[in-house]
Design a binder for this molecule. Structure first.
Ligand code: NAD
Ligand code: 6OD
Length: 500
């Protein structure tokens, strides 16, 4: 294993760029890059990515351990908070570079990357720079038999080295959603970005250095999951906690890895989210919100809607209006500002989504729209585009109504009563999010308490104050992150009792 410093992970230099690891404050290479990173919008190779073996993962974990004992471990909350603000400023300063890297890695429209992914990457650091300054713990003055009493209070201490394992759908946003609170609380991190989207995590290493984050506090190891970097990291005995976002089955593997040594986990997993559209809703707003929740990021959003339940009196008009709006989506070059539907992340993922499209046909769905692969001009003809698709007519037991597809598609079912729709929505192994479209706010409150999910939106979607708890119930996850809830995961509470 060589550990030579590489040129900073470059994006689009003419010759194929290499994406490296970032360990102890510098870019580090493996002996050679081991896999290609393709632009999903064209299928062309964007970069060659290095893969960390067990020894390199150990280097990163040891760097993170050393950094806990260095200046980072001695800094006040105020000092860390100020540095995190510089990280946010650094992302904003190099905004275009981050946007370009994210668009090349994911194929997502530039409008989405520049309005959501990259601004949220910066915002996550500012939010937790604020949060750490208001974190508090309880203190009790207690009575003792001798009358002198005792002072019993709690302090928060960093958990230690945190492994951060990330998916590909919102790479910078979801990674910083974990890295920012972990660092705010005084931990050090080793990040394992998705093999599909390695670049922005590497680029963030440069920002960390510029902002004054000491070497070893933020480390990145590139590679695959099982029998590779992800598994080496999550099984590493000197990792003190694991935070993961990704598929439920991977979450199970990570939970099993964490059981060795009894390490805590925070898991943000899959979903099969529903929308409930009542006849008394503002239909224009329900169509606009459902369009976003089904098709944003080409349906590759864990919070996205794949099951739509519409009250029978407005069922036909809702289906027609959603179809007509979806026909207006524009696929093509993601760097074109008018493109609003990008490709899926990979050929493999498109095969998976296509298998559900075929399954829907076989199960007897009525195909309202789409169902196939579009014909686009070069170079997008080489990309992993798929048609936006709407189905009706399937029973609740069918595969496409039960399983997470993670593509630009939904099934629409009519319903006749609040009880019926609540039971249907709850009949899922997942419990991440739901959207309720109604002007009857009493009903909205009633249903919000009844639907077994982590997040309920009423007449909105994806809207949220970042101080509130985020996470899922059932197979959609374990734990909550956001605001003070992140503090709960990224710190240990230590009880101190002082006899007076
Ligand atoms: P994934 O589970 O396949 O991969 C996520 C990460 O885990 C990758 O970095 C991968 O390399 C790594 N990994 C895979 N197997 C591993 C193992 N055995 N040990 C350690 N690491 C391993 O998920 P994905 O395909 O990247 O993302 C899509 C999924 O993520 C969807 O199911 C989606 O619903 C879910 N997701 C959930 C949320 C949420 O907040 N609940 C957010 C985004 C995505
Ligand atoms: O907004 C967030 O903080 C968040 N975790 C979003 C998750 C989106 C899933 O794809």
């Amino acid at each position: 294993m060589t550990s030579a410093a590489l040129a900073a992970p470059t994006v689009h230099t003419g010759k194929t760029a290499e994406v490296a690891h970032f360990i102890d404050g510098r870019a580090v290479s493996s002996a050679k890059p081991s896999f290609e990173n393709r632009n999903p919008a064209t299928g062309e190779v964007v970069s060659l990515v290095h893969e960390a073996d067990a020894a390199l993962v150990d280097d990163a974990v040891q760097a993170a351990r050393r950094a806990l004992k260095g200046p980072w471990g001695k800094m006040s909350d105020q000092e860390r908070s100020a540095i995190l603000r510089k990280v946010a400023d650094g992302i904003t300063r190099r905004f275009d570079e981050f946007v370009r890297a994210e668009v090349l890695d994911t194929g997502k429209p530039v409008s989405l990357a520049s309005h959501l992914d990259i601004p949220r990457g910066a915002a996550n650091f500012n939010v937790f720079a604020d949060q750490i300054l208001t974190a508090s713990t309880e203190t009790f003055r207690m009575a003792t038999p001798d009358g002198a009493g005792a002072l019993n209070y709690a302090i928060r201490v960093p958990r230690g080295v945190i492994a951060v394992v990330c998916p590909w759908n919102l790479p910078l946003l979801l990674m910083t959603w974990k890295v920012a609170p972990a660092l705010a609380c005084g931990n050090t991190v080793v990040v394992k970005p998705s093999e599909e989207t390695p670049t922005t995590a590497a680029l963030l290493g440069q920002i960390m250095n510029e902002a004054g984050i000491p070497p070893g506090v933020y480390n990145v190891v590139q590679g695959l999951g099982p029998n590779s970097t992800g598994e080496f990291l999550t099984r590493h005995p000197e990792v003190d906690g694991i935070t993961f976002t990704g598929e439920t089955r991977t979450g199970e593997a990570i939970m099993a890895a964490a059981s060795k040594g009894v390490r805590p986990v925070s898991l943000e997993l899959g979903g099969k989210n529903a929308a409930m559209v009542f006849a008394d809703c503002d239909l224009d707003k329900a169509i606009e919100g459902t369009m976003r929740s089904v098709f944003a990021n080409c349906g590759q959003v864990c919070l996205g809607t794949e099951r739509v339940y519409v009250e029978r009196p407005i069922f036909d008009s809702f289906v027609e209006r959603l179809k007509s709006a979806a026909q207006g989506l524009k696929m093509g070059d993601p760097f074109d500002k008018t493109t609003n539907l990008g490709p899926l992340i990979s050929a493999e993922h498109r095969n998976k989504v296509m298998s559900y499209y075929e399954r829907a046909k076989a199960e007897g769905a009525r195909i309202v729209l789409g169902g196939g692969i579009p014909k686009l001009a070069a170079p997008q003809s080489g990309g992993y585009f798929i048609e936006p698709t709407i189905w009706t007519g399937l029973p609740e037991t069918s595969t496409v109504v039960r399983e997470e597809i993670f593509g630009p598609c939904c099934h629409i079912t009519p319903f006749d009563s609040e009880d019926e729709v609540a039971d249907r929505v709850n009949d899922s192994p997942y419990g991440l999010a739901t959207a309720i479209w109604t002007n009857n706010l009493t009903r909205a409150h009633r249903l919000s308490a009844r639907i077994d999910v982590g997040i309920v939106w009423v007449n909105s979607w994806f809207l949220r104050d970042l101080r509130t708890p985020f996470g899922g119930s059932k197979q959609s996850g374990v734990g909550r992150e956001g605001g003070v809830h992140s503090m709960e995961f990224y710190t240990e509470l230590r009880n101190v009792c002082v006899k007076l």
